[in-house]
Design a protein around this ligand. Sequence first.
Ligand SMILES: [Zn+2]
Ligand SMILES: [Zn+2]
Length: 73
Amino acid sequence: MKCWFCEKEARGVCAICGRAVCHEHGYILDQMTIAKSDTSTGVATYFKAYNVLKCKECRVEWETWEQGKKIVK
Ligand SMILES: [Zn+2]
Ligand SMILES: [Zn+2]
């Protein structure tokens, strides 16, 4: 498999978007948290991942929603 950004052999796959990346085009995210909350029970579940491989192209953004409305901070 080739890197998405260049013609080099890929060394891994981006954890967010799934693109294959070589050493040069991938970098490591220290920490990534995926939160899953259940409003009916009030239970929030957090999925934490460390040293996640990420490409430089896609973006990770946090969004906060309250009562069906997106809150812009
Ligand atoms: Zn590359
Ligand atoms: Zn990516």
